[in-house]
Design a protein around this ligand. Structure first.
Ligand SMILES: [Zn+2]
Length: 227
């Protein structure tokens, strides 16, 4: 039976870095995949004019549409919460935005950030999703999976629980699509040996895969599963 999947990411590109392969696989298997991006991904960069910022924002939106199309997902409207300033917003407002989308699309599976990621927006998004997913009677979401975002999750230091995956998706047949989608996010990607390079994305996928005897995988931490 086909499922409805909702991916909730802080910034454009996090969704593909975190679970682009799983999105492509869900889509190929007939599931409906929606992506909700909370922040605009531009504002945190200092020293650019409003005009340049608007242009960069437009370009990033086009990239996001293209990238999500590549993995068979529909991009929901950008929420445009200020990049890396989400901590200045009321958590309840972010929760309400997410609750409204859950109410509308009734996903059974949600993918989002790891709650102890290095990036503040990633942590807040995760917290807001967990709050929006309080399991009240009749609640639609049966599975919440936390993804890792290369160049952020692994940059966290000692003192918090490290990302320790316990749920894996074989993306051997979908790694190419994930890399293709990331090429649409050209402005966000960096050259090897930066952690956020296409090479490193492929390395991580092969590492996660080989940990299980697979060619390529994405790994997650199961937040909650109900069956
Ligand atoms: Zn991000």
């Amino acid at each position: 039976m086909s499922k409805t999947i909702l991916v909730i990411a802080a910034h454009p590109d996090d969704e593909i870095l975190g679970c682009g392969g799983a999105m492509a696989r869900h889509s190929a298997e007939g599931d409906k995949v929606y992506t909700l991006i909370m922040g605009e991904g531009i504002a945190a960069r200092d020293g650019i004019s409003l005009e340049d910022r608007n242009e960069a924002q437009e370009k990033l939106l086009r990239s996001a549409i293209q990238a999500n199309k590549t993995v068979g997902a529909s991009l929901l409207e950008f929420q445009k919460l200020a990049d890396n300033r989400m901590d200045q917003l009321c958590l309840l407002d972010i929760v309400k935005l997410i609750e409204a989308q859950i109410e509308l699309y009734k996903p059974t599976v949600i993918y989002t950030h790891y709650p102890q990621d290095l990036n503040i927006d990633h942590r807040l998004t995760s917290q807001a999703v967990i709050t929006a997913c309080r399991p009240l009677p009749g609640f639609c979401v049966k599975e919440i999976l936390f993804f890792e975002v290369i160049s952020s999750t692994e940059w966290q230091l000692a003192g918090v629980d490290p990302f320790a995956p316990n749920y894996f998706v074989d993306i051997s047949n979908f790694l190419e699509l994930k890399l293709e989608a990331l090429k649409a996010y050209e402005s966000e990607m960096r050259s090897w040996p930066h952690a956020r390079s296409l090479e490193n994305v492929a390395h991580l996928a092969h590492f996660r895969g080989a940990s299980l005897g697979l060619n390529a995988a994405e790994s997650f931490m199961l937040g909650r599963g109900v069956r």
